[in-house]
Ligand binder design. Structure first.
Ligand code: G2I
Length: 458
């Protein structure tokens, strides 16, 4: 985990041409510096991206704009649950692979969108509930994040889980009904599957300090305090004809928690204020060193999901709009990010030690468990720390209380479901360097109290 964290931090400056997660990000900054959105953002250590869909890749006018202006791509629909897992455990990578291939061929970053969301679930998942849905959801996170491991700059691990209105609480959904800890279980599974991707929570109507953004702020603060692996918060910023006066202050309060902030789905209602609002958003991001990039939700007005709103930077004839000029000017006027980001601060030491300073385990390995329990069930998250000799593989044995049984496991293989259960590494998390940490988890029925893990390394 320690080396993992450092790699994640360097990802913020990947746009400057660093080697990150096994992918070379070489962005053309010199030829067109100051004259395109991507190059101007890259000069300031940031990305400027767009949502797109591979079905547009054959449209030459569109692609001229996309390839010239943007250095980050998000698949508008093709990496969602319904697209990637249309039948349970049968995966379709076509649209995501096409987008990743195009991005890689041009040195563009990829934002992954979105692992878990209450919308655009495949029909089979919509029909599930309880521990069956929880297992399917965690399996989805693991499989999808593993498939594109090392190729995704940032993942929207969980999308739109908070309610609109004044409650500041969670949105009701089939996922929420599996237990309030479903979000942290998803982040832990994503971290195990792709340790170098930045892991984001993404939502809308969070464009200012309000009840919803404060609910999310409290969740992120709690995650940081307990060592849940969250790296960033996405602010979609689907905006109308006004923008909150505290837009920047809201981003800043999240950055101050020790997470990156990203503008992930920006579009603004056409009108006399459109260019000004785009300018305000860009200026706010450039003023915050942990605001690592901006993504607009489409290239041209005619492909926007907001039919008739004309909310984007290019018209349907590939022409730049006044809002484009406003954004470019702000990118060029803005400040750069520091060459190395400040490491995130964990306000309290999480169970099992702070990930940046793992405890010395001696030879072999050590394991700690943290539990989220409710009446009749629990989720256990287990942290495995390699001792001074590192590991080629590991097994964690745990004796479940009488009446308890394992109903689903992620990032490990379980030997059984009751009594003493042995959890062994899967293919990608067995090899750990000295002091390195990995995590796995399982869901159970009954009570999980009193389990003591014993770790054996091979
Ligand atoms: O709703 C706007 C965005 C809000 N945040 C999450 C984003 O993922 C979301 O994107 C939109 C896409 O822009 C739309 O393109 O998500 C919609 C789905 O909720 C997308 O719409 C879907 C339609 O619902 C489908 O009928 C259609 O087949 O687009 C699909 C492909 O065109």
């Amino acid at each position: 985990m320690a080396s993992t964290r450092r790699l994640k931090l360097t990802a913020a400056v990947a746009v400057a041409g660093a080697l990150v997660a096994g992918m070379t990000v070489a962005l053309a900054t010199s030829a067109s510096a100051g004259t395109t959105l991507g190059a101007s953002a890259a000069e300031k250590g940031r990305y400027f991206g767009t949502a797109t869909d591979p079905h547009m890749f054959s449209n030459s006018g569109y692609m001229t704009v996309l390839n010239r202006e943007f250095n980050q791509l998000t698949n508008e629909n093709g990496m969602k649950w319904d697209a990637t897992e249309p039948q349970r455990n049968q995966f379709n990578w076509t649209r995501g692979d096409q987008l990743v291939a195009h991005a890689q061929s041009r040195g563009m970053l990829v934002r992954g969108h979105a692992l878990l969301w209450h919308q655009q679930q495949p029909g089979w998942a919509q029909g599930l509930s309880g521990s069956d849905l929880r297992s399917a959801a965690i399996n989805h996170v693991t499989q999808v994040a593993s498939h594109w491991r090392g190729k995704i700059h940032s993942w929207d691990v969980v999308n739109e889980a908070f309610a609109d209105g004044g409650s500041g609480g969670r949105r009701d959904s089939n996922l929420q009904r599996t237990g309030n800890d479903w979000i942290e279980a998803a982040f832990r599974a994503a971290d195990a599957a792709d340790p170098n991707a930045k892991l984001c929570y993404n939502d809308y109507n969070t464009d200012g300090i309000n009840a919803k953004s404060t609910g999310i702020y409290n969740m992120v603060r709690d995650f940081k305090a307990r060592g849940v692996p969250i790296d960033c918060v996405g602010f979609q910023s689907h905006l109308g004809t006004t923008i909150a006066g505290d837009y920047q202050a809201n981003l800043q309060r999240f950055a101050d928690l020790g997470v990156d902030v990203q503008i992930t789905e920006l579009d603004v209602q056409q009108g006399s204020n459109q260019a000004n609002i785009y300018r305000t958003v860009t200026r706010a991001c450039m003023a915050i060193s942990r605001c690592t990039g901006i993504t607009v939700w489409g290239v041209r007005d005619c492909e926007s999901w907001r039919t008739g709103a004309n909310p984007l930077l290019f018209d349907c004839n590939n022409n730049k709009k006044p809002a484009y000029d406003a954004v470019l000017a702000e990118l060029n006027a803005g400040t750069g990010v520091p060459p190395t980001s400040t490491p995130p601060v964990n306000p309290t030491t999480p169970p099992g030690g702070n990930p940046t300073t793992p405890p010395a385990g001696g030879a072999g390995c050590t394991a700690t468990v943290s539990l989220n329990q409710w009446t009749g069930g629990f989720v256990a998250n287990v942290r495995v720390t390699a001792g001074s000799g590192g590991t080629r593989g590991w097994t964690v044995a745990m004796t479940l209380p009488g009446g308890a049984s394992v109903t689903g496991t992620w990032s490990a293989t379980a030997s059984g479901s009751t009594g003493t259960v042995r959890f062994s590494n899967v293919s990608y998390n067995g090899q750990l360097a000295a002091g390195q940490v990995t995590e796995f988890g399982f869901q159970g029925s009954g009570s999980g109290s009193g389990m003591t893990p014993t770790c054996t390394a091979s």
